[in-house]
Write a protein that binds this ligand. Structure first.
Ligand SMILES: Nc1nc2c(c(=O)[nH]1)N[C@H]1C(S)=C(S)[C@@H](COP(=O)(O)O)O[C@H]1N2
Ligand SMILES: [Mo]
Length: 216
């Protein structure tokens, strides 16, 4: 008997997820008339919203730790992060404060590619995201693995500005934008739900804009 290689282990994990329908719940296909969620209005600029403690994270000091209930934890510096398979998505932003912004182009590492690298263990059901300003937020592993979710370093072809979470932020387009952690530095896979900053302060645990899951 030989140990299975990473390749076959990975294939097995993917097959198991597919069988459980794990990746099928993250995103719903909607018609154009349903593009703007209820109670939202469109903006053309891109507002800046955060706790006001804009951290200074340079590409040199950047680190992303992906840890917890995973087979292969990683701790990437910026060039290691940039060396991962790169993806581009064009997606909409929906903020709980009622503004939405269409067609934002993001470049970075898709959460699915990240999952393929770290390989969550069977007990991993939630993620807690940590940012350099002390912000935290939580997601189910299915929402984190949504097909258009991305750990982004660029917006409209340019490096993310510091105000918008540069050098690296998360973008989870199918949920309100507070779930999209700016200045992300740690993704912690957990067997239990651990509510983050806004989730402990009156915001909904999930934040689906089409169900107006604004407050708890
Ligand atoms: N680290 C961090 N991420 C954060 C926040 C924050 O305060 N700190 N605010 C959230 C909220 S409430 C929103 S609406 C978006 C705003 O992102 P933007 O400033 O790029 O529009 O970031 C989210 N991610
Ligand atoms: Mo927000």
């Amino acid at each position: 008997m030989t140990e299975p290689t990473d390749e076959t282990k990975l294939t097995r994990t993917k097959r198991k997820w597919a069988a459980e329908g794990k990746f099928l719940t993250g995103k719903v296909v909607r018609g154009e008339h349903e593009r703007l969620p209820p109670g939202q209005h469109l903006v053309r600029d891109w507002p800046i919203l955060d706790l006001g403690m804009t951290p200074q994270v340079s590409e040199q000091s950047f680190r992303l730790d992906v840890i917890g209930a995973v087979e292969h934890p990683v701790s990437w510096n910026f060039s290691q992060f940039k060396a991962q398979p790169q993806t581009s998505f064009v997606t909409d932003i929906h903020c709980v404060t009622t503004w939405s912004r269409y067609d934002n182009r993001w470049d970075g590492v898709s959460t699915r590619d990240l999952l393929d690298v770290v390989m969550p263990r069977p007990e991993a059901r939630f993620v807690e995201l940590y940012s350099s300003d002390g912000y935290t937020t939580n997601l189910t592993i299915e929402d984190f693995a949504a097909e258009d979710a991305i750990v982004a370093h660029s917006w409209e072809g340019k490096p993310l500005t510091r105000d918008h979470g540069g050098p690296v932020r998360l973008v989870v387009p199918h949920l309100y934008f507070w779930k999209s952690a700016k200045w992300i530095n740690r993704v912690h896979f957990l067997d239990r739900n651990k509510p983050g900053f806004w989730e402990r302060n009156g915001y909904h645990d999930r934040g689906d804009p089409w169900n107006e899951e604004r407050y708890s």
